[in-house]
Design a protein around this ligand. Structure first.
Ligand SMILES: [Zn+2]
Length: 138
């Protein structure tokens, strides 16, 4: 999570969210910060970019055994993408009551109708992750 916090502010105009993907052996495969403002891409969330980079690095869309660590509770798009990528474990920092799709507004990743459900750990280093967001919006 400290590594995700470190990549959260790579683009100064974007909401500071950082994501890191670890391979099954625990080694870092990819990382990203939000780049929506930077690139003008509405899907340029940190999680999406990190998933794309990890899949490109592995040459494989299935990220089974991988862990996604992100500083903020994922939105519906990112929660859907991490299920589609078969991410095995999701670790997130701050809760996002306005758009969160891993327990706050919806729970996209643990819907029993889906055939893939990652293991989820929320609230990791929450004070640091929440402070990053508060400071940005202040
Ligand atoms: Zn998102």
């Amino acid at each position: 999570m400290r590594r995700a916090l470190a990549v959260a502010s790579t683009s100064p105009d974007d909401v500071p969210v950082g994501a890191v993907i670890l391979g099954p052996d625990g080694a870092e495969l990819a990382s990203a910060g939000n780049e929506r403002e930077l690139t003008g891409d509405p899907t340029g969330h940190a999680e999406i970019l990190a998933i794309r980079r990890a899949a490109a690095r592995l040459g494989e869309w299935r990220l089974e055994g991988c862990t996604l660590v992100v500083t903020l509770e994922p939105c519906t798009m990112c929660a859907g993408a991490l299920v589609l990528a078969r991410i095995s474990t999701l670790v997130f920092g701050a809760w996002e009551p306005k758009t969160g799709a891993v327990g706050s507004l919806w729970d996209v990743v643990r819907d029993s109708r889906l055939n893939h459900r990652p293991e989820v750990y929320g609230g990791v280093l929450e004070p640091e992750c929440a402070r990053l967001m508060r400071d940005f919006f202040r």
